[in-house]
Ligand binder design. Structure first.
Ligand code: F6R
Length: 242
């Protein structure tokens, strides 16, 4: 695991450099996209480079990590809507080249299985962008998630619902209780994982990720067993590292 401590306003460009290098090497690469605040500067930087013509995602495909269960299609907080707004609509990635787990499906288990098949058929994820929750979750794999888990239904913890209430006008009751999420086993199959964490609120999770014992109680620690992980953190998120 490579840990790069850098000013927050540099992180977006550095992750965009990783994506640019991948796209130059493999124009039909498969990207793994996270929602939330952490990747926003990366998405801005990639959108700028697509506009300049230095990156093209026209032949790429992408898979999102997770989705709330039960939000109506087009709901402003659904991760499908959010990723469309934050990223897909601003780059040359064809809309139908982006797929996420379908949290509106009548049969959620079947939706998870078909999402996993689609990822497999696409050849797997080349570069997975990740954030990390204050409780150490990646995607929505909350503490005690199995390291072998695949895409499935999960219950969000109270902490994550509180953390995400800011996207729902501060109303924690509006945050769904369930989600579909790629499993830790699914994420571990990505060929390169790039995790971004900024701010003091992430310091304990980053300490566990980098220096903690590998434990399902801090799900991100499984990344210590991944052969190619790059972690970008600012000073505040790195503050508890030895
Ligand atoms: C989002 C996701 C989550 C977030 C995490 C951090 O698709 O899977 O694991 O990455 O909750 O969220 P932010 O970046 O908003 O602090």
């Amino acid at each position: 695991m490579e840990v790069i401590i850098v000013r927050e306003d540099r992180i977006g460009d550095l992750v965009a450099d990783e994506i640019a290098a991948l796209m130059a090497r493999k124009p039909d690469a498969v990207l793994g996209l996270a929602t939330g605040s952490s990747p926003l500067r990366t998405y801005d930087a990639v959108a700028d480079r697509v506009a300049e013509g230095t990156i093209s995602l026209a032949r790429a495909r992408a898979f999102t990590l997770d989705e709330y269960v039960g939000l109506a299609e087009g709901h402003p907080c659904s991760y499908r809507t959010v990723i469309e707004q934050d990223f897909v609509s601003r780059v040359d990635l064809p809309t139908d080249a982006v797929q996420g787990p379908n949290g509106g499906a009548a049969d959620l288990a079947a939706a998870c299985a078909s999402f996993e098949s689609a990822m497999r058929e696409a050849g797997g994820v080349d570069l997975q962008i990740l954030g990390i929750g204050t409780d150490g979750h990646i995607a929505f794999n909350e503490p005690a998630s199995s390291f072998a888990s695949r895409t499935r239904v999960k219950t969000l913890t109270d902490q994550t619902r509180l953390d995400n209430a800011r996207f729902f006008d501060g109303n924690v009751d509006a945050v769904p209780v369930h989600c579909l999420t790629q499993g830790l086993g699914t994420i571990m199959e990505a060929r390169h994982v790039v995790l971004v964490a900024t701010g003091a609120g992430k310091a304990e999770a980053v300490r566990q990720l980098v220096e903690g014992a590998v434990s399902a109680l801090w799900p991100a620690t499984i990344l210590q067993h991944h052969p190619h992980v790059t972690v970008f953190v600012d000073d505040a998120a790195a503050a508890q590292l030895e």
